[in-house]
Design a protein. Sequence first.
Length: 323
Amino acid sequence: MNAALPWPPVLAGTPAVAVIEQAITRQRLSHSLLLQGDDPALLLGIAYAIADRLLNAKGASAHFPPDQHPDCFALRPSGKMRFITAESTRELINKVQVSAAVAPRKVAIIHEADRMNTAAANIFLKTLEEPPRNTTLLLLTTRPYALLPTIRSRVLHFRFPSPATALAVDGWPAWLEDYGAWLARLSGGTPDKRGVADHVFTLYGLVARFSAVLDFATGEIWKQQKEKLPPDLDDDEQVAIETGIANGLRDRLFAEIEQATRAFALSVFKSDNPTQRQSAAQALVAAIEKLEHNAGLLRLNLNEAAALEDFLLASLRIWSRRS
């Protein structure tokens, strides 16, 4: 028998993996699992590890990698709006209703399950209420509370936090460094007209560079991911995956801007002047609230350049006001 597909290295030996392994060994694994976390790639690695153990088990007449297995099905968002539609949900349900081809059971992986539109979610809910025989449903999501409560109540939850690692994106460390230097200049005192112009030019330079970093990094990641995708994905599904990569990367970049803002404020907190410390604390709270607000607007399809520009303009006022 072939060796089982390894779990993602960061999860080896964790309690969640031990529970899942034990349930599979005892054939007691729930028919529906919700795998939630911050890293879609990590969640997919977990789903493939589970699928491999279920499909390439004793009794299988042939072994295949999970992403090529005839008894492993996928449901993905499609199009630029990245929704899972009622039609594609029905197609998946029809597939899992048929007997397995070579494995003891079937597995369905629902990518970004929170992207189901209302009709799709209601159709899927009926499947959870009357699950097909010998079928395991794996729902992957970074936003579990965007799912219907009735769906969440019918699946077994596993949360997998991703390790806090910095993004290795070309041009991004330099961007963060220049952003920190810009904040330092803003809080350094009231500038003359030339200084104000310099602040504004730097602001728009940061916006332009952010867009360039995001576009380049998205393109590079998409090249790598595209080679690993199943060959039968249609154009709409590929567009949705590429858009998802861009959105996920954008969210990570905004999270690191927040970390850089906190780091700058902490450096000001070291001041011996209590007034400066209090002023820095107030500025930090205002800046983070603005950043979180704009990050929320991104999920409503606000352009990331517009969101960043608005945040940096607010930062210019917030941190200059301290001086």
